[in-house]
Design a protein. Structure first.
Lengths: 113, 112
């Protein structure tokens, strides 16, 4: 039972264009959402997060949008760069469970030259 | 800061053998997590510790898996006996009061 779903296993985007990675969740008790980025042979690294009381958080080229009514969040990367090619994991934290987070299966992003 | 350290980076073993994976969290972090990554299931939480105490082991697949954290700077994940379906990348992560987990580089386990 996947509580955090990333339905696109992979995505290819032209360099310079916008990359949009999507994530859906089922548990309304999630109160904090995170995106992690993973390169081959390395562990995931934190990228950006958003609290459930917000609908948008921006950090440079990365913006995360949260639609609580739809239980959907997305990560926008503008403009996409070759170094953005990686696997992106969406993750969510349960309210009152401070440290435990649940990950999606990941989306592999390819930035095309 | 050296980050989260895992050893070995790669492990190849035969079915039935015991496997021990090791993790040293970031100094000062009080929570430690073990994850398993596979193509089919993505990144699964196996177990996590807070102040060296196991808090949630509901993700541990079966009794063949066990984890310990004897002190704040060391944890092990043991599989005994190992099976081919245990082949995966195992990650350790730690967190120290903030919102961000810091991951180690992972151990790639292959069980033949």
């Amino acid at each position: 039972d996947q509580q955090v779903k990333q339905n696109s296993p992979s995505l290819s985007v032209q360099e310079g264009r916008i990359s949009i990675l999507n994530c859906d969740y089922t548990n309304s008790m999630f109160d904090y959402f995170l995106w992690y980025k993973k390169y081959p042979a390395e562990g995931p690294t934190f990228l950006i997060s958003i609290s459930s009381i917000k609908d948008k958080n921006e950090d440079g080229r990365f913006t995360v949008f949260l639609n609580k009514s739809a239980k959907h969040l997305s990560l926008h990367i503008v403009p996409s760069q070759p170094g953005d090619s990686a696997v992106y994991f969406c993750a969510a934290r349960l309210m009152n469970r401070d440290d435990k987070i649940i990950f999606g299966k990941g989306t592999r992003l390819h930035i095309l030259p | 800061d050296a980050g989260v350290i895992q050893s070995p980076r790669h492990e190849v073993t035969e079915m039935g053998q015991e496997v021990t994976l090791r993790c040293k969290p970031i100094s000062g972090h009080n929570s430690l997590f073990w994850y398993r990554q596979t193509m089919m299931r993505g990144l699964e939480l196996l177990i996590y510790f807070n102040n060296n105490v196991p808090i949630d082991d509901s993700g541990m697949p079966e009794d063949r898996f066990s984890a310990k954290m004897p002190n704040a700077s060391f944890s092990t994940l043991k599989i005994q006996p190992s099976e081919p379906r245990d082949s995966a990348v195992y990650f350790c992560a730690s967190i120290g009061g903030g919102d961000t987990q810091y991951f180690g580089p992972g151990t790639r386990l292959t069980v033949l």
